[in-house]
Every structure is written in C-alpha cells, then in structure tokens.
Design a protein around this ligand. Structure first.
Ligand code: FE2
Ligand code: FE2
Length: 463
C-alpha cells in the first residue's frame, strides 16, 4: 500500500474523553495447553504483558456512519520493525471523502489496563485511505482501505492501539465514526540484537474456516514477534472471502504483525495488495512493489518473494541478489530466512517447483540463506540441507521447509531422496521458529497443537 503518511498530535481530547471511561477488569488469560510445554524457554521480554482481550469485552462500536465501520484491522510492517507499525483496515463505504484514518497508540503498561484508556493516554496518528475499484466476476466492487503508519516507537516494547475512521468536515468538530477492537503489538528488538525471539510460520488456509476459528485464540497466545503467512489465504480472493479470512484470523491479527506473500489462490491480487501494507523495496520494478519485501528482526533477515510467474521471478532477481548480498555482508545479521508460496523442493502433490529452483536456488546457495519456507503443498516437509541439487556436505547447504497446511484441504505427504521428514496434510500444521543466540530452532506442530511434527536446529553459521 503505497500511501504517504504524516504524524501529528491533534487535540482530540474532547472527542475521546467520552470513551475514556473507567478501567475494566482484565480478563483471564486464555489457557494454552500444549504450547507452554513445547515452547523453548526464552527470556521474559518476549512474553506478552497484556492479557488477551476478547471481543466480547470491547465497547460497542459507535455507528454514526455504519458504512465507515472498521473491518478487518490488522498489523504489518512497512519499515523498521523495531520502531514502526502499520495498521490497516477496510470499510464498506464507496468513498473516503469526508473521513480520515486515525490511530491512537499507547505503551501497553498505560493502555492495556483498560481498553478505553488508550484514548486518554495515547498518541494520535493520522494516516490515509484510498478506494480500490476493481471487478470481481464482472461485478464492480469498491473497497476503501485505510492505513496508519506509526513511527518513533521504542524497540522491544508492548503497545496497544485502536484505529478509527473519523469524520473530517471543515469547520465541524470531528466525530468518531467507528473504532476498532483493542489491538496489541510488540515492536522488535533493534537490528543486530541477539536477544532471543520467536516467529510463527504458516500458510495455505483457503478460507476463514471453523477450524481456524477454533484454534485462533490458542495460536494468538503463543509468544511471537510476528507471523509470516505463505499465501493461499482465500479460495479466489474476492472481498467476501477476505472478510471471512480476516474474521477467522482476528485473534491472531489483533496482536501480531502478519507479513504475507501472495499465493496462486489470491487471484484478485489487487484486493490482496490493497489490504496489506508492506515494504516498498528500492531496486524492485515499480510494478512489483510489495510483491517482494524484506525486514530485519534482531539478527535475522527475512525475505518474502512472489513466486506466481516465471517472468515475475526473473524480474526480482537483480533486487534479490543485491538484497541477499547486503544481508550476508552485514555484521548485524546472523541468519537469513526466505519465503515464497511455491515450494522449490516438495514430494507432495505439486512436487518441486523447478521454476523457483532455477530462478532463485543459486542465489540462496551463493549468499548463505539458512532456511527457505514455502506452502502450496498442503502437508509438512523438511529437506536435508541441499547444495547444487544434491545432499550438501556437512555444515553447508540450504534447508527447505514446506508448511502448507494451515487448515486448507489436506494433501498426502511423500518421501523423496531429499526428504528429512514429512507429515500428512490431514494433521494440518504451523511452525514456531525460535531465534536463539547460537541457532535457529524450528518446531512444527499439528494444527491443534497436540502433536509435534518436527524439531530441528540450524547452528549459527560462521560468517
Ligand atoms: Fe497454492
Ligand atoms: Fe494452497
């Protein structure tokens, strides 16, 4: 979402004090059986300090203009994860005229003692909205998407925020048209920090299913600085499907930034790109802005790539080569993790993507990429370290992981010469990647968290 933003402090106190009512009793934290026992022991600073607030505890929306109701609020990063956050949502109105996007943000220690308190103590940040006009199955649709990017945050700090679509009529006092649920997020540690942290890797949901709804609160409670999602969120990518997916994923999306890549099922890709605010990388062709992105979390360089067309993959190569070379030479970066929808190596239904192997495999090997993560095949699989299409000598090579069973229809798993381990897609799956001082530690779980499907460790390379 290529929007321009500006930050301002405005005197909204009169409008918001009505919402700054007494603190609510903090709800009981959600029980999380199965996670605590399988999550590595990590410093307390990655454990959320705010309790999860259920939607039922939120104040009722103020529906002065129902068509400006906040839908699908969620978090991403467009720039430094240690000091910024981007909040995006949609509304049903056909126009953004007369309304302005605004977020109120506060450190969690002040804000999460009661959802409304964020209005009394928070900082007001204004963003932008734009209407995407597109066609779905011959029908014209208009989707206003709103984004606020908050800057100047403190690293490794818990925050709470609410977003809203506010009236903006010259000469009239602004009215709050609607507000979001309380959103929680934690900024990343400063680039180069070796403080341990976790992220979640998942992909392939093909809709906002009841299975996701059953697991979402448990998954949201797993300590994680971010989620990475490997495409195929929806069956076809129309807006009704997006509303279903955002709704099912809400407990996760309301407390973790989620960085996606586009799958082949996001056929209405305009709706995908209009609803995720992602980094715009210098050096990428303008038409591919947001198709590829990279962020640094502590000492790990994460790269998202668009593997949907061979032509597009070829056009990403010059940027990717430069991006990976810089990461390899950066003394602050210990590990590089790349992700794309189509799996370069897979023994399941779709099999290997030779297009990805050819376009990017040599770059992964040349620049010391540690882990490549994909979806598309709805099972779980990890390869042995590979180099030049063969088993790598000890201590060398690239490890490839397919985790493509975030509740999409199951595929059978296979077992080829490159397979280290695999699990049938009917178990569903997600992976928890812990970044430890001397290693990457990945554990894959069944969708309900009851079964550990895999556990492996990649030692810190001697760069
Ligand atoms: Fe796919
Ligand atoms: Fe898929």
């Amino acid at each position: 979402m290529r929007l321009t933003f500006f930050v301002t402090s405005l005197a909204w106190a009169a409008a918001v004090l009505a919402y700054a009512s007494a603190c609510r009793t903090p709800p009981v934290a959600i029980a999380d059986p199965g996670v605590a026992a399988t999550t590595p022991s990590l410093p307390g600073d990655i454990t959320p300090t705010c309790p999860i607030v259920s939607l039922g505890d939120e104040p009722a929306p103020v529906a002065s203009e129902p068509r400006q109701r906040v839908r699908n609020p969620h978090l991403t990063w467009q720039r430094d994860p240690a000091t910024t956050i981007s909040l995006t949502w949609t509304t049903d109105a056909a126009s953004t005229q007369g309304y302005v996007a605004k977020a109120i943000v506060a450190p969690a220690g002040q804000g999460c003692s009661g959802g409304e308190r964020v209005f009394a103590v928070g900082r007001s940040v204004v963003g932008s909205g734009q209407v995407l006009v597109t066609s779905v199955a011959g029908d014209r649709v208009q989707v206003p998407a709103w984004t606020v990017e908050i800057t100047d945050l403190q690293p490794a700090t818990d925050y709470v925020a609410r977003v809203g679509t506010w009236s903006d009529v010259p000469g009239k006092r602004p009215e709050l048209a609607n507000i979001s649920e309380l959103l929680h997020f934690r900024t990343a540690t400063t680039k180069g920090s070796r403080t341990p942290f976790q992220v979640i890797l998942a992909g392939d949901s093909r809709g906002g299913s009841d299975d996701i709804r059953k697991q979402a609160k448990r998954l949201a409670a797993i300590p994680a600085v971010a989620w990475f999602f490997n495409g195929d969120m929806t069956p076809r990518g129309n807006q009704d499907e997006w509303n279903e997916w955002f709704g099912a994923m809400a407990p996760i999306l309301h407390r973790h930034p989620l960085m996606p890549v586009q799958g082949n099922h996001e056929l209405q890709s305009e709706l995908y790109y209009s609803q995720f605010a992602l980094p715009v990388e210098p050096g990428l062709p303008t038409q591919l802005a947001e198709h590829s992105w990279s962020i640094d979390l502590g000492n790990v360089h994460f790269v998202g790539l668009d593997s949907n067309t061979s032509e597009g993959m070829a056009r990403q190569v010059p940027w990717l080569r430069n991006n990976l070379a810089k990461a390899q030479a950066d003394p602050d970066i210990d590990f590089t993790v790349c992700m794309m929808h189509h799996a370069p190596w897979s023994s399941s239904t779709h099999g290997n993507s030779e297009a990805v192997q050819t376009a990017w495999g040599p770059l992964f090997e040349q620049f010391g990429v540690d882990l490549v993560f994909s979806g598309h095949d709805h099972d779980y699989e990890r390869t042995i370290p590979l180099l030049g299409g063969k088993p790598a000598p000890a201590g060398q090579g690239v490890t490839y992981v397919v985790a493509g069973g975030f509740f999409a229809p199951a595929y059978e798993n296979g077992h080829e010469w490159f397979t280290a381990t695999s699990a049938h897609g009917d178990k569903h799956n997600y992976a928890v990647l812990a970044v430890l001082p001397q290693s990457l530690d990945l554990k894959a779980y069944s969708g309900d968290g009851s079964e550990q499907l895999d556990h492996f460790t990649l030692p810190r390379p001697g760069r």
